[in-house]
Ligand binder design. Sequence first.
Ligand code: Z5A
Length: 224
Amino acid sequence: MTEIAAGAFITFEGGEGAGKSTQVQRLAAHLRVRTNRPVVVTREPGGSPKAEAIRDALLAGIAKPHGPFAEALLFSAARIDHLDTLIRPALARGETVLCDRFADSTRAYQGAAGGLDPELVTSLERVVVGPTRPALTLILDLDPVVGLARAAGRSDGAPDRFEAEALDFHARLRAAFRAIAEAEPERCALVDAGAAPDAVAAEIRAIVAARLPTLLRKAGDDAA
Ligand code: Z5A
């Protein structure tokens, strides 16, 4: 019997300039060739027209004066639309979805680094994400001094609302992402993002092959 393996929901997390966008594209290209099936690349905040509009407001710092809870609610509003209109329909079609940031960013930015009560963050995540949890989360771990320098080197304008935070905020972020990886080792894998892009991509491919072997089965291959 021939069976086409289902796709998977994979998220990329980490601090500024860790290389998430670069590695999302690299993994997508690899999976498209290896599996011959559609791979959706998306990001948060954003990924759908309504969520992209909320992204513009958030990165301009519109919610900052109202505190981390207001920001978390706006990230959540964007996430609800993104899940409803793009992520869940793609997964239902058996496609793989690679998302540049997801709910762990709310835990790290608004929760651990921003000071929002972790119980509130957990409750919000339960309501917003529901059963659509990532099968795998790749946490790109990098010294924030290096990440901010990378982001500044690429930037064509003023730092956005989060890039403009002080270094100790970014150090708290790094610690928060590392703590998430440690607390949920079945879902998360910590990746050394200080290596060269090719080496990071190779490590990510190896993690995907080890953690999600059925994902790499080509459409039309005989089921094992
Ligand atoms: N946020 C939040 O607070 N709460 C939430 O719930 C969510 C998000 C979902 C979105 O910004 C902001 O929203 C984000 C958190 C917050 N904070 N900020 N700012 P964004 O989407 O505009 O930015 P970002 O997610 O932080 O990504 P980034 O700064 O664009 O970086 P990246 O995607 O991780 O890296 P990159 O674009 O792939 O690479 C950056 C540069 O480094 C570029 O020039 C590359 O060519 C270079 N690069 C990449 N990899 C390497 C390696 N391995 N070596 C050397 N150079 C490299």
